[in-house]
Design a protein around this ligand. Structure first.
Ligand code: ASP
Length: 309
C-alpha cells in the first residue's frame, strides 16, 4: 500500500504575529485540525484523494475564520463572490466555478462541475444556474455576514483600494483555503476555494479557480493548491510551473516547490505560498510570507499544524 497523506492550508495571509492572541491561535489550530482529520479519515478508510480534499475544504469553508465559504470577504458592492476549483490527478479531470454567491460550499459545486458537466469552468449567472439545477441550496446573505470582515470592508469601501491578504496590512484579511492529498492507491488531487480580495470589483477573479495557476493535479508530477497575490500567481502559472520543474527538470517535489515560491514568483513580485503532494505521499509547504495557516498528516505517522515559520 502506498503512503497516504494530506496537507491543507488556510491562506498565506496570516494575522501579523503581534495581533495573534493565544486564544485566536487555539481557534485557528483547532479549525485546521478538524479539516485535517476529516480529510485524513477519508484516506484512512480507503477513500479517494479527490473526496479527501473536498471534505477537508468543506470544513474550512464552514469556518468563519478563513476567507472562503462562510468567512468570505466583502466585494465593493457589499456582497460575496466566491471562486473554487478541484482537480483529479488520476485522469486530469477538473472542475471550477467563479463569481458565485450564496453557495455554502463552492468546492462541492466545483466538484459537481467536474463530475456532472461537460465543461471545466463555469462562472457567474451560468454557474448559479448549474448550482440550482443540481439542487444546491442558496444561503441568505446573513449566513456570510461576519462583523470583523464587514469592518475590514468599511475601512476601504469608497476607495479604489482592494485588500489582498499579502499586502502590507496583513492584519486586515485572511486568505484562501486548500487541500492536496495522496491516497492509498497513489492517486493525488487538489482543491482550492476563496472569497478573493476585500473590496474587489469589475468581476475580478484570482488564481484560485484557474487550473494551472492556483490549483493543479497530475499523478505524474504533483498536486498543488496555492494562496497568494492572485494576479502574480496567474501570470506565473504557479501550480503548473511546479509540475513542469518536476517533469522536465527532474527536480524533487520539495526542490520544485521551493524554486517557484522562493525564487520564480518573487522575481515577478508575487507573494504567498502553496501546499504540494506527489504520488508517493511526499509533502512540501513553502511560503514567502510571514506565515501560512497549514497542516499535514501522513500514514507514516507525521503530523504538523503550524502558522508561522
Ligand atoms: N489567491 C487568492 C486570490 O488572489 C487570495 C489569497 O490566496 O489570499 O484570490
Amino acid at each position: 500500500m502506498n503512503t497516504f497523506s494530506i496537507a491543507i492550508h488556510g491562506g498565506a495571509g496570516t494575522l501579523v504575529k503581534g495581533m495573534m492572541t493565544t486564544e485566536l491561535e487555539k481557534q485557528y489550530k483547532a479549525a485546521l485540525k478538524e479539516a485535517l482529520d476529516k480529510g485524513y479519515s477519508v484516506l484512512e478508510s480507503g477513500g479517494t484523494s479527490v473526496d479527501a480534499v473536498e471534505k477537508a475544504v468543506v470544513v474550512l469553508e464552514d469556518s468563519h475564520l478563513f476567507n472562503a465559504g462562510k468567512g468570505a470577504v466583502f466585494t465593493a458592492d457589499e456582497t460575496h463572490e466566491m471562486d473554487a476549483s478541484i482537480m483529479n490527478g488520476k485522469n486530469l479531470n477538473a472542475g471550477a466555478v467563479s463569481l458565485i454567491s450564496g453557495i455554502k460550499n463552492p468546492i462541492s459545486l466545483a466538484y459537481q462541475v467536474m463530475e456532472k458537466s461537460e465543461h471545466v469552468f463555469l462562472a457567474g449567472k451560468g454557474a448559479m444556474q448549474f448550482a440550482k439545477m443540481n439542487n444546491f441550496a442558496i444561503e441568505p446573505a446573513s449566513y456570510f455576514y461576519d462583523d470583523f470582515r464587514h469592518k475590514q470592508w468599511l475601512e476601504i469601501k469608497d476607495t479604489d483600494s482592494f485588500q489582498l491578504d499579502h499586502t502590507k496590512k496583513k492584519d486586515s484579511k485572511f486568505g484562501t483555503v486548500g487541500a492536496v492529498a495522496c491516497d492509498a492507491d497513489g492517486n493525488i488531487a487538489a482543491a482550492t476555494s476563496t472569497g478573493g480580495m476585500t473590496n474587489k470589483r469589475f468581476g475580478r477573479i484570482g488564481d484560485s479557480p484557474v487550473i494551472g495557476a492556483g490549483n493543479y493535479a497530475d499523478n505524474k508530477t504533483c498536486a498543488i493548491s496555492c494562496t497568494g497575490s492572485g494576479e502574480f500567481f496567474i501570470r506565473g502559472v504557479v501550480a503548473y510551473d511546479v509540475a513542469c520543474l518536476i517533469e522536465h527538470k527532474e527536480m524533487s517535489l520539495l526542490e520544485a516547490a521551493n524554486e517557484v515560491i522562493h525564487k520564480r514568483i518573487l522575481e515577478i513580485g508575487g507573494d504567498g505560498g502553496l501546499i504540494a503532494v506527489d504520488a508517493k505521499g511526499n509533502i512540501a509547504m513553502p511560503f514567502n510570507t510571514e506565515g501560512m495557516y497549514r497542516a499535514t498528516k501522513s500514514s507514516n505517522g507525521k503530523e504538523e499544524i503550524s502558522i508561522y515559520k
